[in-house]
Design a protein around this ligand. Structure first.
Ligand code: ZN
Length: 90
């Protein structure tokens, strides 16, 4: 079942507070309105809406990931990202 706008807003606010206004994948600082909620486990793969399963991602990263379980392809070209970062959040 999709989240309501209200639920999404609440999740986003919590993530912004805890992690700051930046894309989790590429670490780019962006205005909150440019960040989207990204599902760690896509809903199509049984992912839940709980906070542990969501993070903030910019649109290129989020859409680059699609429904896969992997980081967006564009991330592999960014040196600053390591798998340990991903681990930490998961
Ligand atoms: Zn990004």
């Amino acid at each position: 079942m999709p989240m309501s706008q209200r639920q999404k807003k609440a999740r986003k606010t919590s993530l912004l507070r805890d992690y700051g206004a930046q894309c989790w994948w590429c670490q780019r600082a962006l205005p909150a309105k440019k960040l989207t909620l990204d599902h760690l486990l896509p809903q199509s793969k049984g992912g839940s809406h709980s906070l542990e399963h969501l993070w903030l991602a910019c649109v290129p990263c989020n859409s680059g990931r699609g429904n896969s379980l992997n980081p967006p392809k564009r991330i592999f070209s960014l040196n600053s990202i390591s798998t340990s970062l991903v681990r930490k959040h998961a």
